[in-house]
Design a protein around this ligand. Structure first.
Ligand SMILES: Nc1ncnc2c1ncn2[C@@H]1O[C@H](COP(=O)(O)OP(=O)(O)O)[C@@H](O)[C@H]1O
Ligand SMILES: [Mg+2]
Length: 259
């Protein structure tokens, strides 16, 4: 069986993850910040979903809650059929390790390990053997073959982020969460990473959720969810940078404060 063949598209409407009436507050009393306010949303399988919104709108909080990196104040969070708030720490850690991939703005590579060792690290920690054919596909798709023995410090920012992408894909997770994955990259390296993320969705059937504040990055996705003040206020299918930018302009209006 070829590992490069596109995964058969999952039935429309099937969800890789979802949150139901999720609220997340930081602090209490006068100092309470409601980062998520009664959010209900599903992430479709085999699609590239972008979460957009102004700074402080709750994007990272939503991603962290969806991925089980952060506990919600109320509501339910599902990865596949599994409800995360019912899991103890040990089960939650195992679920994240076995079923979820992460890509962060700061790459988070281990400086003393080679690119290849970084890519296989999560599998090594889990005591799982890499599927060599799949690993080869991932490495060739991100174009890292000539750089596998290099340490992160010997790689450009774009190459480091491609290592982080390969690391996230190596275990074929059910869902990958990426928080501002191009935030530290110049526009050319950013475009390479985004093109790769999109092709991993189109050609490998991967499910990706990407948090970004950049309309050009969101344009690589299949659908954009817009967050404002901790609520999903809009969605946009088949986005372009221009359409997203236009929608975002509506968020920058100063708030009218009632007297
Ligand atoms: N650990 C925290 N403690 C207190 N407030 C937080 C914390 N993390 C986020 N917030 C607040 O929650 C809101 C949403 O933050 P965040 O999810 O980081 O927004 P975004 O990623 O869209 O910029 C902001 O008002 C932010 O200040
Ligand atoms: Mg953020």
């Amino acid at each position: 069986m070829s590992h490069t063949a596109p995964a058969s598209a999952p039935p429309r409407g099937e969800l890789a993850a979802r949150v139901e009436r999720v609220t997340k507050s930081y602090g209490s009393g006068d100092a309470e910040v409601r980062a998520l306010d009664d959010v209900t949303v599903g992430i479709p399988k085999g699609r590239f979903t972008a979460i957009m919104g102004p700074s402080g709108s709750g994007k990272s909080t939503l991603m962290h809650c969806m991925a089980g990196l952060d506990a919600v104040t109320s509501g339910e969070v599902f990865i596949g059929d599994i409800e995360l708030t019912r899991l103890d720490d040990k089960r939650l850690t195992r679920l994240r390790r076995d079923r979820v991939g992460f890509i962060f703005q700061a790459f988070n590579l281990v400086p003393t390990l080679s690119a290849l060792e970084n890519i296989t690290l999560p599998l090594d920690i889990a005591g799982r053997k890499a599927d060599q054919a799949w690993l080869d596909t991932v490495i060739d798709t991100v174009g890292l073959r000539p750089r596998l023995k290099h340490r992160p410090s010997e790689l450009s920012g774009g190459q480091q982020q491609r290592v982080a992408c390969a690391r996230a894909l190596a275990s074929r997770p059910e869902i990958i969460f990426a928080d501002e994955p191009t935030g530290n990259l110049d526009s050319r390296s950013g475009a390479e990473v985004l093109a790769f993320l999109r092709s991993s969705v189109r050609e490998m059937g991967q499910t990706i959720v990407m948090v970004t504040h950049d309309p050009a990055a969101a344009a690589y996705s299949d659908e954009v969810l817009f967050l404002q003040d901790g609520r999903i206020v809009d969605t946009m299918a088949d986005p372009t940078a221009e359409k997203v930018l236009e929608r975002m302009k509506g968020f920058d209006l100063p708030k009218v404060v009632a007297p």
